[in-house]
Design a binder for this molecule. Structure first.
Ligand code: DP6
Length: 357
């Protein structure tokens, strides 16, 4: 952690602009349960997405007094500003230089705000990448140091955000089988069978409303959960199994493991105290339709879910047209306003522009 404290004060630009896009991600091995501050109770692994991303631009200028303005989709926003201020206070010890500037932040998502898709992973990682870009210039960070620190800072904003720094796969949390994996930032994982680089994620928007129970509370409820230790051990074993599957391209085992992880996540919610259910009746209808389709048509596809009611339908590109036809014919009726989003595994964030003076 000490490595991430920036003690340098000279060579920082007087002003400038920097703009990044950073994607959302979908966990295959789920992070659920944490210790202060944002230390995961188990390691997790996710596919980085391609189409669902946040674009964030920061204009900054040296200022005697720290000031910050936030614009979401072009309009000044106070609600999210508070969240960002809390985040900046949390990272102050690691990035004190931020407080020597006046910041103007413009941010927008490619996916609708009220889609039930969490924007914290893409939003926090895009913001972290912009902030650490300023440090990269002043401290001459190598590419590797830059990405590590951006992931570390993203994690302090939202745990799952730290995995978005890398595509096609990010792994977060110490695990004996993943080189350099650790609890403080995510690492990239690229040793995968080519089939997984073509994976599609069709996100079926079952419920676009705000969740009744936040992830923050859900994580907390793992602390006194009767099955938490078993779950953490299982996640560790599942990650080991998934590593082998990702190498050998065994889609049947992939399907079984990924669905089991998603259902276990929701089983943890249903067995916590207080218990809660985030799936909706249409979530279950979709799962049953998919299982039936898979069995009868022998199409390799599986479902996973985040902490919400929406379904992520994962499958290799080679069956895309068949799956999308099935979605149109059988699943859109269960989606709110018949909406779904077509995404796929992506390569991670992109720097769109940087300019320093
Ligand atoms: C179910 O990363 O949103 O999506 O660290 O409190 O911001 P905070 O939680 P968050 O939790 C994500 C939980 C999950 C599983 C996952 O993405 O691994």
């Amino acid at each position: 952690m000490q490595d991430f404290i920036c003690t340098k004060t000279e060579n920082f630009p007087d002003s400038g602009s920097v703009c990044w896009t950073s994607p959302s991600n979908i966990a295959l091995i789920k992070y659920w349960g944490k210790k202060p501050v944002q230390i995961p109770a188990n390691s997790s692994l996710s596919f980085t997405l391609n189409e669902c991303y946040t674009k964030t631009k920061i204009d900054f200028k040296k200022s005697a007094e720290f000031k910050i303005k936030l614009f979401v989709d072009g309009a000044e926003n106070v609600e999210f500003l508070e969240k960002i201020e809390t985040f900046l206070t949390r990272i102050k010890q690691f990035c004190p230089y931020i407080f020597t500037y006046k910041l103007s932040i413009h941010t927008e998502n490619t996916f609708p705000h009220s889609s039930g898709i969490a924007s914290s992973a893409s939003g926090m990682s895009a913001l972290a990448l912009c902030l650490i870009s300023i440090e990269r210039i002043a401290c001459k960070l190598s590419e590797n140091e830059f990405l590590k620190k951006a992931s570390f800072i993203s994690r302090l904003g939202s745990g799952s955000a730290c995995r978005s720094i890398y595509g096609p796969i990010g792994v977060w949390g110490k695990h004996p089988s993943f080189f350099e994996s650790n609890d403080e930032f995510a690492v990239a994982y690229n040793s995968i069978h080519p089939i997984f680089t073509t994976f599609q994620d069709t996100i079926l928007l079952v419920d676009k409303g705000k969740k009744q129970v936040s992830s923050t509370l859900g994580h907390q409820l793992m602390n006194n959960h009767p099955f938490s230790e078993l779950r953490y051990d299982q996640a560790k074993e599942n990650l080991e199994k998934l590593k082998k599957i990702l190498t050998n391209g065994d889609i049947t085992s992939f399907i079984q493991l990924v669905e089991s992880e998603a259902l276990t996540l929701h089983a943890m919610m249903m067995t916590s105290s207080p218990y809660f259910i985030l799936m909706k009746p249409n979530t279950l209808s979709i799962i049953h339709e998919i299982w039936e389709f898979r069995k009868s048509k022998k199409v390799p596809l599986c479902v996973t879910l985040d902490a919400g009611a929406n379904i992520h339908l994962l499958y290799p590109e080679q069956v895309k047209s068949q799956v999308l036809e099935f979605v149109e014919d059988n699943l859109v009726v269960f989606c709110e306003n018949q909406q779904y989003i077509c995404d796929s595994v992506g390569n991670g964030p992109n720097l769109l522009m940087e300019h320093y003076a």
